[in-house]
Design a protein around this ligand. Structure first.
Ligand code: PHE
Length: 380
């Protein structure tokens, strides 16, 4: 699927051919073409949709203000269906066929890890809005992110469990298909085990529907809380089945919990649970508040979530770097991105460190009354 920011009327075959010529010319010269790959449909559609909406809003604002280097940005967005394997194909196509100057994506770490080596090999800068696994930017010096990483996020939730919830025994339930889940589980366990006990460690595979065998083992280990570093679709089902088994201790998770479907599917089963994420519309800076207002105005009053805010920030930071680079050459954009310092973004002030990661605060949210309620901000 490709979204173009021009409306094409229905055309005859010859007019279509002419149009193809014009857009080709535009892509090559009059616009700056940026690629985006996202999970717009499929299992993690909440991630891709929110992120794309934030990204698109940023591009529209940039273009309304005159664009970058005197040119409009043209965003080419492709759907990877939330499926493994698709992101590599898409990013290859964006680079070789669409000749994008930079790439935005993905939310899920496993999918960013598929595309990052391709961007790196081609010398095309890539910014992940929301992938938190450390390996993503370790791919190479063309790969950046505008979010924190999981060693921090895991520590935040282990500290919260011990210091705020006063929990000393936890079970950890990990999605073995997800680099994100495996990494976050590891970092959480390392920190928690310093002062507490991990009483059970169980695995599932993202997309599974029946978690009762593992949840029974978890229940029998008598944890005071359960840490599930998974994605919202699986977590909602896990939580429903846990309640059915009478496992009523608090469940904790990370940013992967943040999809509207956690609430629509999980309903009262997820009430009272906690997770860490990147941002809350309730705790924003002035820049964050401006973003919330603009997003609501653009998308029928909808409140933006973390992926929307991070998608917005990734596009804004890219545009800022291209402007400072004074060029759309990959190496020059790369150097400008690496020099990003104290950029006032919707999710907070962003400086990219020597590992091309953002060092930023996390927020902890609780499911309360069918919404995500802001509890606290944890500085790095
Ligand atoms: N951090 C998750 C990952 O790396 C993705 C995510 C980010 C999910 C933000 C929700 C919100 O896979």
């Amino acid at each position: 699927m490709t979204f173009r920011h021009r409306t094409l009327p229905l055309l005859t075959a010859s007019a279509l051919a002419l149009n193809a010529l014009t857009s080709c010319k535009e892509g090559g010269g009059d616009t700056i073409v940026i690629g985006e790959y996202a999970s717009l449909t499929g299992k993690e559609a909440n991630f891709g949709t929110s992120c794309h909406e934030g990204t698109l809003l940023a591009v529209e604002q940039i273009n309304a203000a005159g664009g970058v280097l005197g040119k409009k940005i043209e965003l080419k967005t492709e759907d990877n269906l939330s499926k493994a394997g698709e992101s590599a194909n898409i990013v290859n196509k964006l680079i070789s066929k669409d000749q994008v100057v930079a790439i935005l994506g993905e939310v899920a770490s496993s999918r960013s890890l598929e595309a990052a080596p391709i961007a790196q090999q081609n010398g095309i800068p890539m910014i992940s809005p929301a992938s938190t696994n450390p390996k993503v930017t370790e791919t190479g010096d063309y790969v950046f992110r505008v979010c924190f990483i999981d060693p921090f996020q895991g520590t935040v939730m282990a500290n919260f469990a011990q210091n705020t919830l006063k929990v000393s025994k936890v079970a950890v339930f990990t999605d073995v298909k997800s680099d994100y889940s495996k990494g976050l589980a590891k970092f959480f366990k390392e920190r928690f085990a310093e002062n507490g006990q991990i009483v059970a460690e169980l695995d599932y595979s993202g997309g599974d529907k029946d978690f009762r065998a593992q949840l029974t083992t978890i229940k029998n280990s008598n944890p005071e809380a359960v840490f599930v570093p998974g994605y919202y679709t699986d977590v909602a089902l896990i939580r429903i089945q846990a309640r059915q088994l009478g496992l009523d201790v608090p469940f904790l998770g990370g940013d992967g919990w943040e999809g509207a479907d956690l609430l629509t599917i999980g309903k009262e089963a997820v009430e009272g649970d906690y997770f860490s994420t990147h941002y809350s519309p309730e705790a924003g800076s002035p820049k964050g508040k401006e973003f919330v207002e603009a997003y609501k105005a653009r998308y029928n009053g909808k409140t933006p979530d973390a992926m929307a805010a991070l998608g917005y920030d990734s596009a804004m930071i890219l545009a800022d770097a291209i402007q400072r680079a004074g060029s759309t050459e990959g190496a020059k954009i790369r150097d400008a991105l690496a020099a990003t310092k104290d950029y006032e973004a919707a999710t907070g002030r962003i400086t990219l460190n020597e590992n091309r990661d953002a060092v930023k605060a996390a927020v902890i949210l609780q499911v309360q009354g069918g919404t995500f309620k802001y509890l606290e901000t944890v500085e790095p």
